[in-house]
Design a protein. Structure first.
Lengths: 167, 275, 1023
């Protein structure tokens, strides 16, 4: 059991994109705010703060979820991955990020980090998705710019390319 | 949209959670996945003095099968969805879960949390009620088990006492000869249902659960009905639910869906059973 | 005419469930400059690397000065009320709170915003006396962080006197309507009529008159990033410095400066590199910018505000709602001779700049794609108790075309013509461009017939018609709709003055033009940089500018640095700057081209001296310069271009030092309205022709788009991949507008769409892939021949889908009944739903439809109580007992006869809403009847209930009949609309149960079973 008093500033330590990171916060601070304001991960975007738009999606222990519906204190000790850590070391962009650029799968780019984090987990779980599965995944994200088509294409393209590489 | 201040206490076991609930009672809310509660907190619609977070209580993060599917308090919807053999053990759940929110919210949201929130349009309370499942409530005073129909008492309201933890919910497994089916109409994929129907059909009887219309999931128990008798029963049920207009759908539309989709669903299950 | 097509022919547009049908567009990596250079190539975006790695620079990502404070607004829960007093003492007592800005400060330091019409209306950045829409800001709390600011905002107490409301247009214009701005004397704040040509004669001569009354709803494109602003009051009379995601038009900079009462040079507006979508919407941040400036002044520190989603949905802005009557005079062959529009715009509580521009942006081209010589128009602007309206993608177009293209559909139906023939007979002919439309638009170029034939052919309309025939033969509901729209771009800044009479216009002075600016410079090492005042929100301006400017200098786009941040104290900008009216491709990119060409001429002159050729013979290619005659003797661009910095003395005769050119450009065709009110509203006019084939599911009323074809002519395409992105995005938003998006208000003006679970925007599961086709007829009026294309589908798609639905539903459904958004529930209502009565009366309590303008929820019913009437009545009249009966009542104290103040906490599940309430009993006739009313406000909003309770003996107990009306406003209504009815019933249920229990005190009887429990076991139903 661990108690965090309401007014207090409590230390929260996480592994953020492979590096140890930590800061103090109140129990009520949302993980989205903590990542952005305390740890500088401003690629985590806040679009609705009620779990619908998906812009704030990050991976906690590998699992894509809404950082606006998670408390920072609840993430203490966890491994958190955000868009800042998506590209492999030494590379500017991962294959997924490259595919998004190639397919014009983003415009304003505000929803994109969340979508990338969802897609990253999804492709690990579902390596050979069909279009309907990709659209089902994406239904947990709102994008107002693209009409989604190119996002679907980019994700399918990555799945195909990875499949070809494995084969 | 930021929550009001609260104490946050992480319970690492069911025992700890129950002890904390005894201490705080109605001043505390149990936080599991937070997919309903956190939004309510962010909007300040609820301002509890304390949150008791059970998501790391390892003894609560399990799904077991002892004749019923026992889903413990910290088990996620995604875990249930991926539970081996779910489509054979509880086909209704396998059919309903993809309608429940989205990949990203199921990853974190818990089964018991959805049941605890008792949203009248939510899929899991409907499944639990239709399958005649149970909710196991535990407090320092002991354990009790309530049938879903006794547990859901109204919109967002349940029979849980302030010091009780929903320790697990139990979904009965599919019985031999039973067919189960689920159908939902919502404005968009993953939205709360305008009307959701869950049905269990056996040789002798039909159970039809309706979500999204009344203030709680409502289950009709009928003998095996067909033709005009089924239509009559569905019509009466559609009216008894007290459908309301809202800005997405009219009461007439909801009644209509109960009748037409109810008939389609039950007829299909009866046909499958006969086949 | 160039024809492009994309995607591959025959691609189907089935919804996602139909499986994988996407055609990959393949890699763009191999793109190389085409015959005309980089411009026109689907170049990858240079913006993307940062955005894909989380290193974008959005307004909320930029560091702020240490000591910056954070703001939270206090907002009205009422749609219409007088704010009698405001008490901020409890808020100020919260540790960490610096100050609270209220209407009193605003009156002292600010001025009301200028209004676009002559009417005595005041709109301030915070409410100063009345609130006129739910969500209107009334105070602003400044604290150390947002959490604290919200804590304190909840403690600000505003004493409201609720007023009658005017929520819908019909209500607002009715005799005796509640007046929003009393000094105007009417809710109609502008009423202008226009006549062009000879509509009287045309209507008299017409064989057919086709008339339609339609409505356009209030919706918004809701960018995923909300408003963000950081404002700082500068010491020493230096004014204000603001960083925000404001998007323009920068004419509003003047509006803000005037409201702040500072010289406009002392209001510095800065924009960050990235903005998370806008679609017109972020125009509406400007009143908040003013409030934040004043908050900074009061706080003595910079103040930052990040709008949250509830604030955004409820109070940011909305597309203007419209009620239109439109009538067409049509000859026997389907030729339209004249149009008559009677339009009423619902602009919400205030006429906020640039309204009433929704009307006048489209004014010159109200005749659409058609050659119609005569036109009559009446435009009325009406204020209502709703959020102020403003720019939303398509701005004015969706409203006009929903009326016009529905009428064209109706003409075809009534005259039994192929709709295509109605288009063909009425389109402006190819040879007629530039074409002067009746109301003054000078439509620059086009080939409407060509675009139609392309869509028909490549969209395989015949196949769709076969599908329709087959579907109908099987009794299925399949429909095909069309829409043809002219898409204006590059707005004339003078169009808004069309709202004034010619005389008033003459007095006010002429306004016209659409100045665009761009600066191109070359630095010490020959690096080329471009800055523009275009304020993009994801449209890829930097990419396109780099393509355009690279071509000018013979460089690679990666060689061009583009900075799209804007600083009004340092950059070149003007009245029309900003990102709206699809002005980038036509105006801004063209102006950058002009600036680059000027610079190129200068570099060419320098190089010519070294190459011994005439400047005109200098060729820029591959990063080098050479003379046309001697391609082998090339100089490096960087070497030549940097020279003037290092050795200005060596410049050729007549050259000035420095390599920086700023171009200002305005389309000369954009004149002010003339004395006959003719106005060329835009510089360029694109075209779109859409075909929609869809099927309605008879069981659920849901719509499946079978194919959507959209053929565009936007002149020259500068980057076709970005163009298609604009089309797809606009299409998706328009699909939402057609089928699901709607800002819902209750009849009492409470806002009901406060979350993304209530305001529904399409997801990937709902948006099919449109087939996109292009033709290119370059504009003769823009520097690069480009026109806008980002708004076309906002204009064409809603009505195209509506026409397809009308076609699917058949002639039995009245044309007027097609009203957006067409939800499954509405569609099924039009198909007809059998709703047979129950065999036995249902036991559930009944709810009635609310009366117009009345409270939103009305309930009536009866409960059986075990206590006798007198005992029940005694409880109601005894304050101590009453306190125990009212659910959640903490304290009740008398403030008059049968009037009490109370502190009440209502709870449903985890939700707790605390209200400071007044409770009153009236119409007392003991022991039979009384009225029990309560009203309260709290941090979560307002609640009011009033009802008559009638008691009659029933056996040893009482039959209690009730008729209740309940009204809930503020946050609870905005986010819990789906559950309000249920919540109100729960509270009433609790009230009656407690009443019975209390009345039975001292007796042995158990309280009555609740109504719910009683019907629980009927018919085998369990819960």
């Amino acid at each position: 059991m661990k108690r965090f008093e309401r007014e207090g500033q409590h230390r929260v330590d996480v592994t953020l994109n492979g590096e140890r990171a930590g800061a103090h916060c109140e129990p009520r601070m949302l993980l989205s705010d903590f990542l952005r304001q305390q740890l500088g991960a401003t690629g985590v975007h806040v679009g609705c703060e009620h779990g619908v738009c998906g812009a704030c999606t990050v991976r906690i222990d590998g699992v894509a979820q809404r950082s606006c519906l998670t408390l920072a204190v609840a993430a203490d000790g966890r491994t958190i991955d955000t868009v800042e850590g998506l590209a492999p070391a030494g590379q500017e962009l991962s294959d997924l990020q490259q595919a998004f650029r190639r397919h014009h799968a983003l415009q304003c780019g505000f929803c994109t980090p969340g979508i990338l984090m969802s897609a990253a987990e999804f492709l690990e779980r579902v390596p050979h998705p069909d279009e309907a599965q990709v659209r089902d995944l994406l239904s947990g994200h709102l994008c107002r710019c693209t009409g989604y088509t190119n996002i679907v294409r980019a994700i399918l393209d990555v799945a195909r390319a990875r499949g070809a590489e494995r084969a | 949209m930021k929550p009001a201040a609260f104490d946050y206490i992480r319970a690492d076991s069911a025992d700890e959670a129950v002890a904390l609930l005894a201490e705080y009672g109605d001043d505390a809310r149990v936080l599991a996945g937070g997919q309903s509660l956190m939004a309510v907190l962010n909007m300040r619609l609820a301002q509890p003095k304390a949150l008791i977070d059970i998501h790391r209580a390892s003894d609560l993060n399990r799904i077991e099968d002892d004749g019923a599917l026992r889903v413990r308090a910290a088990a996620t919807q995604a875990a249930l969805m991926r539970y081996a053999g779910l489509e054979h053990k509880a086909p209704l759940l396998a059919q309903a879960l993809p309608h429940l929110g989205h990949f990203q919210t199921r990853n974190r949201g818990t089964v018991c949390g959805s049941v605890a929130h008792a949203d009248p349009s939510a899929e899991l309370p409907l499944c639990l009620a239709t399958l005649d499942g149970e909710v196991v409530l535990r407090s320092k005073r002991g354990r009790r088990s309530l049938k879903a129909r006794m547990f859901f008492t109204g919109m967002l309201q349940t029979a849980r006492e302030p010091d009780e933890l929903i320790e697990e919910v139990r979904f009965p497994r599919l019985s031999t000869g039973e067919r189960q089916g689920f159908v939902e109409v919502s404005m968009r994929h993953g939205d709360f249902a305008i009307v959701a129907l869950a049905a269990v059909v056996s040789r002798e009887a039909v159970r039809l659960g309706v979500g999204g219309v009344a203030d709680r999931p409502t289950v009709a128990h009928w003998p095996r009905l067909e033709g005009a008798a089924l239509d009559d029963a569905l019509n009466q049920l559609a009216w008894e639910l007290g459908a309301q207009d809202d800005h997405h759908a009219s009461a007439v539309y909801r009644r209509h869906l109960v009748r037409t989709l109810g008939r389609q669903l039950i007829s299909r299950l009866l046909r499958e059973q006969d086949a | 005419m160039r024809v492009r097509r994309r995607p591959a022919p025959g691609i189907d547009c089935k919804p996602p469930s139909s499986g994988s049908r996407l055609v990959s567009i393949g890699s763009d990596a191999s793109v190389s400059p085409g015959a005309t250079g980089w411009t026109g190539q689907p170049f990858e975006r240079r913006e993307d690397a940062a955005l894909l790695t989380g290193t974008g620079r959005f307004a909320d990502d930029l560091g702020v000065r240490p000591g910056t404070l954070h703001a939270a607004f206090v907002r009205s829960p009422h749609a219409h009320a007088r704010a009698r007093a405001i008490d901020v003492s409890a808020a100020l007592a919260v540790p960490g709170v610096r100050t609270v800005l209220t209407g009193e400060d605003i009156r002292r330091w600010a001025a009301p915003f200028v209004v676009g019409v002559k009417a005595p209306m005041e709109h301030w950045c915070l409410a100063v006396d009345k609130v006129r829409y739910a969500g209107e800001p009334v105070a602003l709390v400044v604290a150390g962080n947002r959490y604290l600011a919200e804590d304190a905002a909840d403690l600000v107490r505003v004493d409201y006197e609720p007023l009658p409301v005017a929520v819908e247009i019909a209500q607002a214009v009715a005799e005796g309507a509640a007046l929003l701005h009393e000094a105007v004397g009417s809710n109609v704040v502008s009423d202008r009529s226009f006549v062009y040509g000879d509509p009287d004669r045309a209507f008299a001569a017409a064989t057919h008159r086709v008339r339609l009354d339609v409505r356009y709803p209030r919706n918004s494109c809701t960018p995923i990033e909300c408003f963000v602003a950081v404002a700082e009051h500068l010491a020493g009379g230096e004014g204000y410095d603001v960083l925000s995601n404001f998007m323009g038009p920068f004419s509003l900079q003047a509006v803000m400066a005037l409201a702040l009462k500072v010289p406009s040079s002392k209001l510095r507006l800065r924009s960050p590199r990235d903005s998370g979508g806008s679609f017109g919407v972020k125009q509406a941040i400007f009143p908040y910018v003013v409030a934040l400036c004043l908050a900074s002044r009061k706080a003595g520190a910079p103040v930052k505000w990040v709008e949250d989603r509830l604030e955004h949905l409820s109070a940011a802005t909305s597309a203007t709602g419209r009620a239109s009557s439109v009538e067409a005079a049509v000859d026997a062959h389907g030729r339209i001779l004249a149009l008559d529009y009677d339009q009423i715009d619902d602009v919400g509580g205030y006429l906020r700049a640039p309204e009433p521009a929704t009307f006048y942006r489209m004014h010159g081209c109200l005749t659409g794609a058609y050659d119609i010589p005569s036109l009559r128009v009446r435009n009325r602007v009406v204020v209502t108790n709703k959020t102020p309206a403003g720019l939303v993608r398509g701005f004015g177009g969706p409203q006009v075309y929903f009326a016009l293209e529905r009428v064209v559909h109706e003409i075809a139906r009534r005259l039994q013509l192929d709709p295509l023939d109605v288009f063909r007979r009425n389109f402006i002919p190819r040879a007629a461009f530039p074409y002067r439309a009746a109301a003054g638009a000078l439509i620059d170029s086009g080939d409407y017939h060509g675009a139609l034939e392309l869509a028909v052919r490549d969209g395989a309309l015949e196949e769709l018609r076969t599908r329709r025939a087959q579907a109908r033969a099987q009794g299925r509901l399949y429909g095909i709709g069309f829409a043809a729209i002219v898409e204006p771009s590059i707005s004339n800044m003078g169009y808004i003055t069309t709202v004034l009479t010619p005389e008033a216009r003459a007095r006010a002075g002429a306004k016209n033009g659409a100045i665009a600016t761009a600066t191109v410079s070359i630095d010490l090492l020959g690096g080329v940089a471009v800055t523009v005042a275009s304020v993009p929100q994801g449209q890829g301006h930097a990419t396109v500018l780099s393509q355009v400017v690279a071509d000018v200098f013979g460089l690679h786009p990666d060689d061009i640095a583009v900075n799209v941040e804007l600083d009004t104290q340092k950059d070149a900008w003007s009245v029309a700057s900003g990102n709206y009216s699809s002005r980038f491709a036509g105006a801004v990119a063209g102006t950058a081209h002009l600036a680059a060409m000027r610079l190129r001429h200068r570099v060419a002159a320098i190089a010519a001296a070294q190459l011994n050729c005439a400047p005109a013979d200098v060729v820029f290619a591959g990063g080098k310069l050479h003379s046309r005659a001697a391609p082998d003797r090339a100089l490096h661009f960087a070497r030549v271009a940097s020279g003037p910095h290092w050795a200005p003395a060596l410049l050729p005769e007549g050259q000035v030092p420095g390599l920086r050119e700023t171009a200002f450009w305005t389309p000369e065709q954009l004149a002010a309205p003339d004395a006959q009110d003719r106005i060329n509203t835009s510089a360029a006019y694109g075209f779109a022709f859409d075909i929609c084939a869809l099927e309605i599911d008879r069981a659920t009323g849901s719509v499946r788009i079978d194919r959507y074809v959209t053929a565009h002519d936007a002149g020259r395409l500068l980057n076709p991949a970005l163009a298609d992105g604009q089309i797809r995005g606009g299409f998706a938003q328009a699909l939402g507008a057609a089928l699901m998006e709607d800002f819902a208000y209750s009849t009492d003006g409470a806002f009901l769409s406060g979350t993304f679970a209530d305001y529904l925007v399409p997801t990937a599961a709902e948006v099919p892939e449109p087939m996109i086709l292009h033709i290119e007829t370059p504009s003769p009026f823009t520097p690069l021949g480009a026109k806008g294309l980002g708004e076309g589908n906002s204009m064409s798609t809603p009505v195209c889908i509506a026409n397809a639905l009308a076609d699917a539903l058949g002639p039995e459904v009245a044309a007027e009944a097609i009203a957006l958004p067409m939800t499954p529930s509405k569609i099924l209502a039009l198909i007809g739903m059998a709703d047979p009565p129950p065999a036995k009366p249902p036991t559930a309590a009944s709810a009635q439809a609310p009366k117009s303008g009345g409270r939103a929820l009305a309930m009536s019913g009866a409960v059986e109580l075990k206590a006798p009437p007198q005992a029940v009545f005694d409880v109601l009249l005894d304050p101590a007992a009453l306190a125990a009966v009212i659910p959640g009542c903490h304290a009740l104290s008398a403030i008059g006869e049968h009037r009490y103040s109370a502190d009440v906490t209502l709870g449903i599940g985890p939700v707790r809403a605390r209200y400071r309430a007044e409770v009153a009993l009236s119409e007392i006739v003991a022991p039979r009847t009384l009225r029990l009313a309560g009203c309260g406000t709290g941090a979560l909003g307002s609640a009011e209930g009033s009802g008559r309770v009638t008691l009659s003996p029933a056996g040893s107990g009482t039959r209690l009949e009730y008729e209740y009306e309940v009204s809930v406003g503020g946050k609870v209504a905005a986010v819990g609309g789906r559950m309000l009815e249920g919540a109100a019933r729960i509270v009433l249920g609790q009230l009656f149960e407690r009443l019975d229990r209390r009345a039975l005190l001292g007796t042995d009887a158990a309280p009555a079973e609740s109504a719910w429990k009683r019907w629980l076991h009927r018919l085998g139903i369990t819960q």
